[in-house]
Design a protein around this ligand. Structure first.
Ligand code: BGC
Length: 743
């Protein structure tokens, strides 16, 4: 019997604690509770549980599991995850009580791009049962009781919590309401839980205008645990922000919620009214992006303790990097922290403004992410949301799971190349890392639909193309809307948006994605498809050349226009070196500054270095004035910024994708499931660089250092893994176990 059958035959029901509520108003979190008898404990008792909203479950007053914001985020109507906990240790023979606190969570908080509430529904609810051997010993149904949380007045994921420990409410218990929802969306999966991780003790500072601010020293996503002594009724307000302004004052200006935000702003605020004596509090259903907290209170903070707790999906760190340049080392750490701050069940753009699983960002970062932390399951889960979210046309919604209401522009931008392509890029990167064909099979139809959607965009204007007499333009995408390169320095965000494939981004991605999909189709035996995709790859390549390359030469003052075609293989072999030189000249002319945006920045250094301009690549990498990666480090950043000037989000992992080049380029460690290529690109601009990566086959450590003019490369490989070393002079050597050789 399937899950739906089991639940129906055992009369397990969804229960809701609320009936008629003002859905415009935030509600108090609710407890739902049930007492039940257990005759004998067998040791295999398990709690199965999920919610509309988020839940915290307790059995006999002991917390079940460590999952914060359970059941996580997903495209709830299509896939709602059920957690499974072994609970024998929490139960006792005789009378037991299970109680569950329900909060708004992603289900009905203002936790998305537009701050719209009630995105998935207006009523929180619970579905749970405890099984023992083959029987169910307790289950959600109309016999459960409910009461409001006595202290928490409201709890929103993004806006924060209001807690009143002075005017607590005590109300009679009521029965919950049984509700019928389909069980078809229920999924069982062992996704990593979101958990509490590192803690940072706060330091109190006074700003020039006399405001009290706590500095935790690290920008994170999480919340604050505070302990202080107060008199009943005294109030403390905490506002969480990422940065101080140029005058040293606390600011949340950089969240830039824009006019679209339904609540007029992103507040990240805790309002707490104290009880007498010692108070200790941390939020239940809120998470913020912050390094600083502005404190407003008349409570004496003398003996207070403020501790920031980083909260993210439970992933192991799998890479470390070190070089002779401290700032570069900080950049690597900052990328790791931006990853931690954005991997809250799915990869998101930032933990403050939008908190959204943007496709483009995921595609840009996936290869880096898979090196930095063990995040395979997070991407796999995210891909499931992309599939669930895809339009019939093949267009891929920009954000998965969806986190705002459908809008006219949102729908149009679902055609965006570089963003929709993430469904192919992420799948391909996962396959190359782990060699598991299942990931291709699972996503194959969705990837194909996306590619055909892009292909269709290229077919628009066919007659015009025919009349123009050029068969080469048949694969040119000259319709639709794209984000374009996005977030280039000195280009206004909005003017970066690309109409009718003007910049060629879409044609370039049509070719690139077709190449990746052709390779994947062959892997799963879809050889006819592979041929068709290869044809698209070649067709779009010709179309790109036709429009943007004249006599083998690209003319542009934007680096992206060289980087993308070289990285995606859109040039004829013979034309690469002249255009790489033009890119190098352009970078030199800009005094070794970049002018790329989201899509081509990850490829910039590798395109230069692979084509003979290693020194230029290092100069860009080590550049300290803006726009550059180390400018923000020089400004004291502890995470990676969204924009090169730091005026927007301070915690966007996207530009952290440079770590891919630190690992694969600088240190030369390129790992795929079937091959380890060691191709270091040393430069005397650093004295040494080394990286360690805990690969699926064991820990790989490589690095080089200079001894006078000699550059020595050390390699340490796990048992059974060999690597192909390609020296800068082209010499090739097979390496096993351990060695140090001259480069
Ligand atoms: C997000 C990005 C995203 C972009 C789409 C921004 O507001 O923060 O990371 O990819 O919109 O263009």
């Amino acid at each position: 019997m399937n899950i739906s059958g089991i639940l129906k035959s055992n009369l397990v029901h969804w229960i809701e604690p609320e009936k008629e509520i003002d859905t415009e108003k935030r509600q108090r979190p609710k407890w739902v509770e049930k007492s039940f008898d257990v005759k004998t404990i067998n040791g295999n008792e398990e709690l199965f549980i999920t919610a509309h909203g988020c839940y915290e479950a307790y059995i006999n007053n002991r917390r079940v599991g460590d999952f914060i914001f359970a059941p996580g985020t997903s495209e709830y109507e299509k896939e709602l995850y059920v957690q499974r906990y072994s609970v024998a240790d929490l139960l006792r023979e005789g009378k037991n009580t299970i109680k569950v606190l329900l909060g708004d969570g992603w289900y009905r908080s203002a936790a998305g791009v537009t701050g719209a509430r009630n995105l998935f529904g207006t009523h929180i609810g619970l579905l749970a049962w405890i099984s023992s051997k083959d029987s169910i010993i307790v289950k959600t149904d109309g016999t459960w009781e409910t009461y409001q949380h006595p202290e928490i007045v409201s709890s929103d994921m993004c806006q924060g919590e209001v807690i009143d420990c002075y005017r607590t409410i005590q109300e009679d218990r009521k029965h919950v309401y049984e509700k019928e929802y389909s069980f078809n969306n229920l999924r069982f999966a062992d996704n990593p839980h979101i958990v509490e991780k590192e803690r940072f003790k706060g330091k109190q500072i006074k700003t020039p205008s006399g405001k009290t601010v706590i500095d935790f020293g690290q920008n994170i996503a999480g919340y604050v645990q505070m302990t202080f002594n107060a008199k009943a009724g005294q109030k403390i307000v905490l506002i969480h922000g990422e940065t101080l302004d140029e005058n040293g004052e606390f600011t949340i200006e950089n969240f830039q919620p824009g006019e679209r935000h339904k609540e007029g702003g992103i507040f990240q605020k805790i309002e707490y009214i104290a009880h007498d004596g010692q108070n200790t509090y941390k939020p239940h259903f809120s998470i913020f992006g912050f390094r600083y907290c502005l404190i407003e209170t008349d409570i004496s903070l003398e003996d207070s303790v403020f501790e920031a707790i980083a909260v993210y999906s439970d992933m192991e760190e799998t890479a470390s990097f070190e070089s002779s340049d401290e700032k570069l080392n900080t950049l690597f750490k900052n990328a790791m922290w931006s990853m931690k701050g954005n991997f809250c069940d799915v990869p998101t753009d930032c933990p403050t403004r939008e908190r959204a699983g943007w496709t483009g960002d995921a595609g840009i970062f996936v290869n880096t992410g898979l090196y930095l932390m063990d995040c395979r399951k997070i991407y796999e889960k995210w891909l499931a949301s992309c599939r669930a979210n895809q339009y019939k046309s093949g267009a891929v919604r920009n954000i998965a799971p969806r986190n705002n209401e459908e809008s006219f522009f949102g729908k149009m931008l679902a055609s965006s190349a570089g963003w929709g392509d993430a469904i192919i890029i992420v799948t391909y990167t996962l396959y190359k890392r782990y060699g598991d064909k299942a990931i291709i099979e699972e996503n194959y139809e969705a990837m194909k639909k996306w590619l055909m959607f892009l292909r269709k965009r290229a077919k628009k204007g066919f007659v015009k193309k025919l009349l123009s007499g050029s068969r080469d333009s048949f694969y040119d995408v000259t319709s639709g809307l794209d984000y374009g390169e996005w977030a280039e320095p000195d280009v206004e965000f909005a003017s970066g948006v690309d109409m009718k494939g003007k910049s060629g981004v879409a044609t370039a991605y049509l070719s690139y994605s077709a190449k990746l999909l052709a390779e994947m189709a062959d892997v799963i035996g879809m050889h006819e498809d592979a041929k068709a995709f290869s044809k698209i790859n070649q067709g779009a390549k010709k179309a790109y050349q036709h429009r943007f390359i004249s006599n083998g030469i690209i003319e542009s003052d934007r680096q992206k226009d060289y980087v993308r075609p070289i990285a995606f293989g859109l040039l004829e072999e013979r034309d690469i070196s002249v255009n790489a030189k033009k890119l190098n000249d352009l970078v030199e002319k800009m005094d070794y500054h970049l002018n790329t945006g989201f899509l081509s920045t990850p490829f910039l250094c590798s395109v230069l270095a692979e084509n003979g301009y290693v020194e230029t690549a290092y100069k860009l990498l080590l550049q300290k004035t803006k726009p550059s990666w180390l400018y923000e480090v020089s400004q004291g950043a502890t995470t990676v910024w969204e924009t090169w000037d730091g005026k927007a989000s301070q915690n966007h992992y996207s530009y952290g994708a440079i770590c891919e080049w630190l690992i694969e380029g600088v240190c030369g460690l390129k790992y795929t499931f079937d091959e380890l290529v060691l191709k270091p690109l040393p430069s005397k601009q650093l004295q040494y660089a080394r990286v360690s990566y805990k690969s699926p086959k064991g820990v790989i450590t490589v690095g080089w250092h200079y001894e006078d003019d000699k550059c020595l490369y050390s390699v340490e490989l796990p048992d059974g893994l060999s690597g192909k070393l390609i020296k800068p002079n082209g010499e090739k050597i097979t390496i096993k176990e351990k060695c140090t050789c001259e480069l």
